[in-house]
Design a protein around this ligand. Structure first.
Ligand code: PMV
Length: 363
């Protein structure tokens, strides 16, 4: 037993998870539907100061009288609050049980990007925690097995154990609810530009918000549709079919936000600028398809206009514009042209790995 550190990347959900199944104990975080995501890595970190990585170090030792956890930023290091510690303990206690130990731990975690701002910091945080804690406890678990433990801290974290494209099978128990890779990095041409609308912490965390999902009249429709969408999108990813992936992703996002907005109490994660970017994405895409048709039909001679891109938004105001890799410049320009400053734009591509052990320790 000892000390271990891990890096993990967050993921962006293409088919959204929103709400736990009521047929299973709530602490297991068994979802109501399968979900699908892309694990993401930032490209232009210098301008935005946002690097989509969580770095976590954990040590188990008889020298510790109690369990402690700290969140590190560039300037300060603060203890996790009681609610955060409870979530951390869900993961670590399950792993300690597996390792048959009662040793206390010290843990330090650093997100190299804004925490709890709708950039999926909990997905990378709990993936890094499960990976480092299992290693420090000398448990030899593969990424599928680790995904089950990451899920206990945050559902979406189960998907951040793998790189590329990932499906979290909802399952019906701790052992059957796990995430697996659909296809490795770079076999499907898609990237994204994130417009960071607000770096602040969201008012309602996703685990609190999800408790209300069942109160929306649209929830069951969203669940049924998501199951179908997960099957369709997996096929489209494997067939390198960008258009279908984009269309399904956008629908899944809108279904989830419809549930959020019609829950009791209603939840509105969008800000005015979120909608501004959504409209710009839809406009440029309409323009693309219109001129594409005209050029194909010979009505129009000149070059096609617009960009084929799609949007998706998680539980926060920030928005991901999904596009082909070769359109990253054009999408970034479009977002800047509607007034989003360059330092709030992050270009992302697929991450090769989800989480991995590293030698660099935080203490
Ligand atoms: O993992 P949680 O409990 O933070 O839930 C995340 C939910 C969304 O990010 C909104 C969607 C998803 O599938 O990641």
């Amino acid at each position: 037993m000892g000390k271990s550190s891990a890096f993990a990347h967050p993921n962006i959900a293409l088919i959204k998870y929103w709400g736990k199944s009521r047929d299973h104990p709530p602490h297991l975080n068994i979802p109501t539907n399968d979900s699908v995501s892309m694990t993401k890595e930032s490209i232009n970190t210098a301008k935005s100061g946002i690097e989509l990585i969580t770095h976590t170090t954990i040590e188990f030792s008889e020298h510790y009288d109690e369990d402690t956890g700290f969140l590190k930023t560039d300037e300060i290091i603060v203890p996790f609050n009681e609610i955060q510690m409870k979530r951390i303990l869900k993961v670590v206690d399950a792993l300690r049980k597996l390792a048959s130990t009662t040793l206390n731990f010290k843990m330090v975690s650093q997100n190299k990007f804004p925490t709890a701002a709708g950039l999926a910091s909990s997905s990378s945080a709990f993936a890094a925690l499960a990976t480092s804690a299992a290693d420090a406890l000398n448990l030899n678990l593969d990424n599928i097995e680790l995904s089950k433990y990451a899920r206990l801290g945050s559902g979406s974290a189960s998907r951040s154990l793998h790189g590329g494209f990932v499906c979290w099978n909802k399952g019906y128990s701790h052992d059957t609810s796990y995430a697996e890779q659909i296809c490795p990095c770079n076999e499907f041409n898609i990237a994204a530009v994130i417009a960071v609308i607000d770096r602040g912490e969201k008012e309602v965390s996703s685990d609190i918000g999800q408790e209300a999902a069942h109160s929306s009249v649209f929830n069951q429709i969203k669940i049924n549709e998501s199951q179908k969408q997960a099957v369709e999108i997996k096929k489209a990813i494997q067939n390198d079919d960008f258009t279908t992936v984009g269309e399904i992703s956008e629908k899944s996002c809108l279904y989830m936000h419809s549930v959020m907005m019609t829950s009791e109490p209603p939840l509105f994660y969008w800000k005015p600028n979120t909608l501004k970017v959504i409209k710009a994405v839809v406009n440029t895409r309409n323009n693309f398809f219109q001129t594409y048709k005209m050029v194909e039909e010979g009505v129009k001679q000149k070059e096609k206009e617009g960009i084929e891109c799609y949007f998706t938004v998680d539980a926060g105001p920030n928005i991901h514009c999904l596009c082909r890799t070769e359109d990253l410049d054009a999408v970034q320009n479009m977002i800047q042209n509607i007034g989003i400053p360059e330092n709030n734009i992050v270009r992302v591509h697929q991450a090769e790995y989800g989480s991995k052990i590293v030698d660099e320790h935080l203490f």
